[in-house]
Design a protein around this ligand. Structure first.
Ligand SMILES: C[S@@+](CC[C@H](N)C(=O)[O-])C[C@H]1O[C@@H](n2cnc3c(N)ncnc32)[C@H](O)[C@@H]1O
Length: 220
């Protein structure tokens, strides 16, 4: 069961009773998504690019997706977005987040009208955006594609340690192009070692409010 819960910046998140964790930071869902994934990930990696491909781990409510779609639309960047999700939310729960308030009507409608189809196969949701949400676990996910950016947005190591093992991090990193960018809200010694072991250089960046630091890593 997922319960809609307000966060400190006024945006909602979901509380997942089974896992015992929120989908986003209680200090602000919207500000965390913008800080970690849009600013440190997409804006950084898309400088000078006309197109970008993103692999997200954990589609959840789609907040990272709609903000990315909006940013790429406004900046005329072609977006190929793949987001792995083991336990897709219903469209009714997604609508209850009220994230429609943070993007244009066109972006929201493009997302909502294609969400359920994107869980089955890739959808072209606008002239600049393709979306696919493979309904699978990260461990079972396979593709021939390589991506420019990985948004690693799994539940925390305290609640889902299997999503932070050296093996699963290596599996995720294998889908990134050389020079690609890996971003996540978390940073631990174990994670830094796992990412470095895959040939990445790491950067500690200031975290979103409520977290001192976050990780950005670049594949050699
Ligand atoms: C922190 S939430 C993601 C929040 C999301 N990015 C958003 O903007 O709402 C973690 C997500 O990972 C999904 N998940 C849990 N186990 C998974 C697995 N083994 N493989 C892929 N996704 C998983 C959960 O269902 C949940 O949607």
């Amino acid at each position: 069961m997922n319960i809609i819960t307000p966060t400190a910046d006024g945006s909602n998140t979901l509380y997942n009773e089974t896992i015992g964790e929120h989908y986003h930071s209680k200090h602000g869902a919207l500000q965390e998504s913008k800080h970690v994934f849009i600013d440190a990930g997409l804006k950084f990696a898309s400088v000078g690019k006309a197109e970008i491909s993103i692999l997200e781990v954990g589609f959840g409510t789609g907040l990272n997706f709609i903000l990315s779609f909006e940013y790429c639309t406004l900046n005329n960047i072609k977006l190929d977005y793949t987001s792995i999700e083991a336990f897709p939310l219903t469209i009714d729960v997604i609508k209850q987040t009220r994230y429609s308030e943070y993007v244009s009507e066109q972006t929201w409608k493009g997302f909502i009208s294609n969400y359920e189809s994107a869980l089955k196969t890739e959808q072209t949701i606008s002239p600049i955006c393709d979306l696919e949400i493979p309904h699978t676990t990260l461990a079972d996910f396979e593709t021939d594609k390589k991506f420019d950016v990985i948004y690693y947005d799994a539940f925390s190591v305290q609640h889902q340690p299997e999503m932070w093992s050296d093996e699963i991090i290596a599996h995720a990193c294998s889908f990134l192009k050389p020079g690609g960018t890996f971003v996540t809200y978390a940073i631990t010694g174990k994670l830094k070692r796992a990412v470095k072991a895959n040939g990445f250089t790491i950067e500690k960046l200031p975290g979103a409010p409520g977290k001192r630091e976050m990780l950005r890593a670049i594949k050699a």
